[in-house]
Design a protein around this ligand. Sequence first.
Ligand SMILES: [Zn+2]
Length: 161
Amino acid sequence: MKKRRSKKCELCGVGERVPFAYLVKREIDGRTYTAEVPATRCNKCGEVLISGPGLVLFDSALTVQLARSGSIGPRGFRWLRGRAGLEAKKLAALLDVSPGTVSRWENGKKPLERRAVALVASLALEALGEPASTRDLLGQLASGRKPGRRVRLDVPRVAGG
Ligand SMILES: [Zn+2]
């Protein structure tokens, strides 16, 4: 554990850091994902520090939500590929498509293929150590069900911040 007990502001050296809940927002394919993440604000200079582990948990929760949503667009596909730790070229090789195809999927110039989306979603979940049933993911994608425009993520609480 890092020693982070000092509440004094490192920036101005006079203020005290006051905890508050910072609303993190990320927009992917026209859908906004939000969650509150622990943060502190200096009561003198106003500098805001957002919890690093909190942001990591936010991104993980977003990845899980997106992968299982059954509604994945070009940006979401790109996000999941990144979370799976795959470069576009590597993914192209794994799927036996040209790198140009992956690039066109991700910039919306070519419709996404459901099996590619399911595979990338599955790989992203696996990279997080989350259970990933390819059959369920395909079923969800086939259902055509769409979550709302605003998705509130359930981000586990982190100590400190
Ligand atoms: Zn300060």
